[in-house]
Design a protein around this ligand. Structure first.
Ligand SMILES: Nc1ncnc2c1ncn2[C@@H]1O[C@H](COP(=O)(O)OP(=O)(O)O)[C@@H](O)[C@H]1O
Ligand SMILES: [Mg+2]
Length: 250
Protein backbone atom coordinates (compact mmCIF):
# COMPACT_ATOMS: atom_id res chain seq x y z
CA UNK A 1 0.00 0.00 0.00
CA UNK A 2 1.41 3.37 -1.07
CA UNK A 3 0.66 6.69 0.61
CA UNK A 4 0.59 9.69 -1.69
CA UNK A 5 0.57 13.15 -0.12
CA UNK A 6 -0.99 15.92 -2.22
CA UNK A 7 0.40 19.19 -0.98
CA UNK A 8 1.26 22.84 -1.55
CA UNK A 9 2.32 25.58 0.84
CA UNK A 10 -0.17 27.99 -0.65
CA UNK A 11 -3.92 27.37 -0.45
CA UNK A 12 -6.17 27.34 -3.49
CA UNK A 13 -3.73 25.74 -5.94
CA UNK A 14 -6.13 22.84 -6.52
CA UNK A 15 -4.86 20.11 -4.18
CA UNK A 16 -8.34 18.95 -3.23
CA UNK A 17 -9.68 19.18 -6.78
CA UNK A 18 -6.77 17.16 -8.17
CA UNK A 19 -6.89 14.68 -5.27
CA UNK A 20 -10.62 13.97 -5.73
CA UNK A 21 -10.46 13.72 -9.52
CA UNK A 22 -7.26 11.68 -9.57
CA UNK A 23 -8.71 9.30 -6.99
CA UNK A 24 -11.96 9.09 -8.96
CA UNK A 25 -10.17 8.22 -12.21
CA UNK A 26 -7.98 5.60 -10.54
CA UNK A 27 -11.05 4.12 -8.85
CA UNK A 28 -12.82 4.01 -12.22
CA UNK A 29 -9.85 2.08 -13.64
CA UNK A 30 -10.36 -0.51 -10.94
CA UNK A 31 -7.47 0.60 -8.72
CA UNK A 32 -8.17 0.42 -4.99
CA UNK A 33 -7.75 3.94 -3.64
CA UNK A 34 -8.64 5.39 -0.27
CA UNK A 35 -9.00 9.18 -0.30
CA UNK A 36 -8.31 10.89 3.01
CA UNK A 37 -8.94 14.50 3.95
CA UNK A 38 -6.42 15.80 6.50
CA UNK A 39 -7.45 19.43 5.94
CA UNK A 40 -9.87 21.05 8.45
CA UNK A 41 -11.45 22.88 5.49
CA UNK A 42 -13.13 19.52 4.98
CA UNK A 43 -13.69 19.97 1.23
CA UNK A 44 -12.70 16.60 -0.21
CA UNK A 45 -15.98 14.84 0.52
CA UNK A 46 -17.90 17.66 -1.19
CA UNK A 47 -16.28 16.74 -4.51
CA UNK A 48 -17.53 13.20 -3.94
CA UNK A 49 -21.14 14.33 -3.44
CA UNK A 50 -21.25 14.00 0.34
CA UNK A 51 -23.26 16.14 2.74
CA UNK A 52 -21.77 19.31 4.21
CA UNK A 53 -21.04 19.53 7.93
CA UNK A 54 -20.62 15.80 8.64
CA UNK A 55 -19.13 15.15 12.07
CA UNK A 56 -17.76 11.77 11.04
CA UNK A 57 -14.11 11.77 10.02
CA UNK A 58 -10.43 11.67 10.86
CA UNK A 59 -10.85 14.39 13.50
CA UNK A 60 -12.81 12.02 15.73
CA UNK A 61 -10.40 10.47 18.25
CA UNK A 62 -11.73 7.05 17.27
CA UNK A 63 -13.58 6.04 14.14
CA UNK A 64 -15.59 2.95 14.89
CA UNK A 65 -16.99 0.41 12.42
CA UNK A 66 -20.45 1.43 13.58
CA UNK A 67 -19.87 5.14 12.78
CA UNK A 68 -18.37 4.26 9.42
CA UNK A 69 -21.41 2.15 8.53
CA UNK A 70 -23.77 4.96 9.57
CA UNK A 71 -21.76 7.50 7.54
CA UNK A 72 -21.91 5.24 4.47
CA UNK A 73 -25.66 4.90 4.82
CA UNK A 74 -26.04 8.70 4.86
CA UNK A 75 -23.45 9.20 2.07
CA UNK A 76 -23.40 6.31 -0.36
CA UNK A 77 -20.23 7.03 -2.39
CA UNK A 78 -18.59 4.25 -4.40
CA UNK A 79 -15.16 5.80 -3.78
CA UNK A 80 -13.72 4.80 -0.39
CA UNK A 81 -12.82 7.94 1.51
CA UNK A 82 -12.45 9.43 4.96
CA UNK A 83 -13.56 13.03 5.50
CA UNK A 84 -11.80 15.25 7.99
CA UNK A 85 -15.05 15.79 9.86
CA UNK A 86 -16.27 19.07 11.25
CA UNK A 87 -14.73 19.88 14.60
CA UNK A 88 -14.03 22.77 16.94
CA UNK A 89 -10.88 24.78 17.60
CA UNK A 90 -10.04 22.90 20.82
CA UNK A 91 -10.19 19.60 18.97
CA UNK A 92 -7.93 20.96 16.23
CA UNK A 93 -5.37 22.06 18.81
CA UNK A 94 -5.47 18.63 20.44
CA UNK A 95 -4.93 16.98 17.05
CA UNK A 96 -1.94 19.22 16.31
CA UNK A 97 -0.43 18.50 19.75
CA UNK A 98 -0.85 14.77 19.29
CA UNK A 99 0.77 14.91 15.84
CA UNK A 100 3.69 16.81 17.34
CA UNK A 101 4.17 14.26 20.12
CA UNK A 102 3.71 11.19 17.93
CA UNK A 103 4.59 11.95 14.28
CA UNK A 104 4.00 8.34 13.17
CA UNK A 105 0.46 8.25 14.50
CA UNK A 106 -1.34 9.66 11.45
CA UNK A 107 0.06 7.22 8.90
CA UNK A 108 -0.33 4.32 11.33
CA UNK A 109 -3.96 5.27 11.80
CA UNK A 110 -4.55 5.54 8.05
CA UNK A 111 -3.07 2.12 7.42
CA UNK A 112 -5.53 0.69 9.96
CA UNK A 113 -8.52 2.61 8.56
CA UNK A 114 -7.81 1.84 4.89
CA UNK A 115 -10.22 -0.78 3.50
CA UNK A 116 -8.74 -4.20 2.69
CA UNK A 117 -6.85 -4.39 -0.65
CA UNK A 118 -6.16 -0.61 -0.69
CA UNK A 119 -3.32 0.08 -3.14
CA UNK A 120 -3.04 3.82 -2.62
CA UNK A 121 -3.98 6.12 0.24
CA UNK A 122 -4.24 9.56 -1.37
CA UNK A 123 -3.96 12.25 1.28
CA UNK A 124 -5.34 15.73 0.72
CA UNK A 125 -2.99 17.68 2.99
CA UNK A 126 -3.57 21.16 4.41
CA UNK A 127 -1.37 24.04 3.21
CA UNK A 128 1.48 25.48 5.32
CA UNK A 129 3.95 23.66 7.54
CA UNK A 130 2.43 21.99 10.58
CA UNK A 131 3.17 18.84 12.62
CA UNK A 132 0.87 16.92 10.26
CA UNK A 133 2.33 18.12 6.98
CA UNK A 134 5.85 17.72 8.39
CA UNK A 135 5.14 14.10 9.31
CA UNK A 136 3.42 13.40 5.96
CA UNK A 137 6.29 14.93 3.97
CA UNK A 138 8.79 12.68 5.71
CA UNK A 139 6.78 9.48 5.88
CA UNK A 140 4.53 9.26 2.80
CA UNK A 141 5.71 7.02 -0.01
CA UNK A 142 5.26 9.79 -2.53
CA UNK A 143 4.73 13.58 -2.38
CA UNK A 144 2.88 15.24 -5.25
CA UNK A 145 2.99 19.03 -5.07
CA UNK A 146 0.31 21.06 -6.83
CA UNK A 147 1.45 24.48 -8.06
CA UNK A 148 -0.43 27.31 -9.72
CA UNK A 149 1.49 29.24 -12.39
CA UNK A 150 1.56 32.49 -10.43
CA UNK A 151 4.11 34.62 -8.60
CA UNK A 152 2.85 33.70 -5.12
CA UNK A 153 3.29 29.99 -5.79
CA UNK A 154 6.69 30.53 -7.35
CA UNK A 155 7.72 32.39 -4.20
CA UNK A 156 6.92 29.30 -2.08
CA UNK A 157 9.32 27.07 -4.02
CA UNK A 158 12.46 27.60 -1.86
CA UNK A 159 10.51 26.69 1.31
CA UNK A 160 8.85 23.75 -0.46
CA UNK A 161 12.19 22.48 -1.65
CA UNK A 162 13.60 22.76 1.87
CA UNK A 163 10.70 20.66 3.14
CA UNK A 164 10.97 17.94 0.49
CA UNK A 165 14.76 17.85 0.99
CA UNK A 166 13.87 16.08 4.28
CA UNK A 167 13.11 13.02 2.14
CA UNK A 168 15.90 10.61 1.40
CA UNK A 169 14.71 9.73 -2.08
CA UNK A 170 14.07 12.77 -4.27
CA UNK A 171 12.74 10.52 -7.05
CA UNK A 172 9.59 10.15 -4.92
CA UNK A 173 8.71 13.83 -5.22
CA UNK A 174 6.95 15.42 -8.20
CA UNK A 175 5.41 18.79 -8.95
CA UNK A 176 2.43 19.43 -11.23
CA UNK A 177 1.14 22.78 -12.49
CA UNK A 178 -2.62 23.24 -12.23
CA UNK A 179 -4.76 26.18 -13.43
CA UNK A 180 -2.49 26.70 -16.44
CA UNK A 181 -3.66 29.03 -19.20
CA UNK A 182 -1.20 28.47 -22.05
CA UNK A 183 -2.51 31.58 -23.85
CA UNK A 184 -1.28 33.78 -21.01
CA UNK A 185 2.38 34.69 -21.45
CA UNK A 186 2.88 35.22 -17.72
CA UNK A 187 1.65 31.68 -16.99
CA UNK A 188 4.10 30.31 -19.56
CA UNK A 189 6.95 32.38 -18.07
CA UNK A 190 6.23 31.23 -14.50
CA UNK A 191 6.03 27.61 -15.64
CA UNK A 192 9.38 27.95 -17.42
CA UNK A 193 10.95 29.49 -14.31
CA UNK A 194 9.56 26.66 -12.18
CA UNK A 195 11.00 24.13 -14.62
CA UNK A 196 14.43 25.74 -14.30
CA UNK A 197 14.34 25.32 -10.54
CA UNK A 198 12.72 21.90 -10.39
CA UNK A 199 14.10 20.17 -13.49
CA UNK A 200 12.42 16.91 -14.42
CA UNK A 201 10.63 16.73 -11.06
CA UNK A 202 8.10 19.10 -12.70
CA UNK A 203 5.73 16.92 -14.73
CA UNK A 204 5.83 17.76 -18.45
CA UNK A 205 2.09 18.30 -18.75
CA UNK A 206 -0.07 20.87 -16.90
CA UNK A 207 -3.71 20.76 -15.91
CA UNK A 208 -5.46 23.64 -17.68
CA UNK A 209 -7.55 26.30 -16.02
CA UNK A 210 -11.15 25.41 -16.77
CA UNK A 211 -14.37 26.88 -15.40
CA UNK A 212 -15.76 23.35 -15.45
CA UNK A 213 -13.85 22.62 -12.21
CA UNK A 214 -15.74 25.07 -9.96
CA UNK A 215 -18.97 24.17 -11.78
CA UNK A 216 -18.38 20.48 -11.11
CA UNK A 217 -17.74 21.26 -7.44
CA UNK A 218 -20.95 23.32 -7.35
CA UNK A 219 -22.82 20.26 -8.57
CA UNK A 220 -20.74 18.00 -6.28
CA UNK A 221 -19.58 15.97 -9.24
CA UNK A 222 -16.18 14.86 -10.45
CA UNK A 223 -15.00 16.20 -13.81
CA UNK A 224 -15.53 12.90 -15.59
CA UNK A 225 -19.21 13.14 -14.72
CA UNK A 226 -19.60 16.89 -15.31
CA UNK A 227 -17.39 17.50 -18.34
CA UNK A 228 -16.41 14.16 -19.85
CA UNK A 229 -14.98 15.58 -23.11
CA UNK A 230 -12.80 18.32 -21.66
CA UNK A 231 -9.09 18.80 -22.22
CA UNK A 232 -8.73 19.14 -18.44
CA UNK A 233 -10.10 15.62 -18.03
CA UNK A 234 -7.61 14.29 -20.58
CA UNK A 235 -4.80 15.91 -18.62
CA UNK A 236 -6.10 14.40 -15.38
CA UNK A 237 -6.10 11.01 -17.14
CA UNK A 238 -2.47 11.63 -18.11
CA UNK A 239 -1.73 12.38 -14.45
CA UNK A 240 -3.53 9.20 -13.35
CA UNK A 241 -1.48 7.17 -15.85
CA UNK A 242 1.71 8.82 -14.60
CA UNK A 243 0.79 7.94 -11.00
CA UNK A 244 0.07 4.34 -11.98
CA UNK A 245 3.46 4.00 -13.72
CA UNK A 246 5.60 5.94 -11.25
CA UNK A 247 3.95 5.24 -7.92
CA UNK A 248 1.41 2.41 -7.85
CA UNK A 249 3.17 -0.11 -10.08
CA UNK A 250 6.76 0.48 -8.94
N1 LIG B 1 -7.70 23.64 -13.14
C1 LIG B 1 -8.60 24.45 -12.56
N2 LIG B 1 -9.28 25.36 -13.30
C2 LIG B 1 -10.19 26.19 -12.73
N3 LIG B 1 -10.51 26.19 -11.43
C3 LIG B 1 -9.87 25.28 -10.64
C4 LIG B 1 -8.90 24.37 -11.15
N4 LIG B 1 -8.46 23.61 -10.12
C5 LIG B 1 -9.13 24.02 -9.03
N5 LIG B 1 -9.97 25.02 -9.33
C6 LIG B 1 -10.88 25.76 -8.42
O1 LIG B 1 -10.08 26.51 -7.50
C7 LIG B 1 -10.68 26.52 -6.22
C8 LIG B 1 -9.69 26.00 -5.18
O2 LIG B 1 -9.42 24.63 -5.49
P1 LIG B 1 -9.09 23.58 -4.34
O3 LIG B 1 -8.90 22.26 -4.97
O4 LIG B 1 -10.11 23.68 -3.27
O5 LIG B 1 -7.70 24.16 -3.82
P2 LIG B 1 -6.84 23.74 -2.53
O6 LIG B 1 -7.32 22.41 -2.06
O7 LIG B 1 -5.42 23.70 -3.00
O8 LIG B 1 -7.04 24.83 -1.52
C9 LIG B 1 -11.96 25.70 -6.32
O9 LIG B 1 -13.04 26.55 -6.54
C10 LIG B 1 -11.73 24.82 -7.55
O10 LIG B 1 -12.93 24.50 -8.22
MG1 LIG C 1 -8.16 21.88 -0.25
Amino acid sequence: MKTIMMWSLKGGTGRTTVCANLGGLLHHQGRHCFLVDTDPQNMLALHLGMQVGERYGLALPEVTEHELAAYKRRNPSPIPHLPFGSCGVDELLTIARRADEAPDLLLERLSVLAPPRTEAVIVDAPPLVSPWTHSLVRRSDFVLLVLAPDAACYATLPALQEMVALREDQSTVAFVVNKMDPRVEFNRDVRAAMEQLLGDRLLPFSIPIDGAFPEALGRQLLLREHSPNSLALNRLRELAQWVVEHVLDT
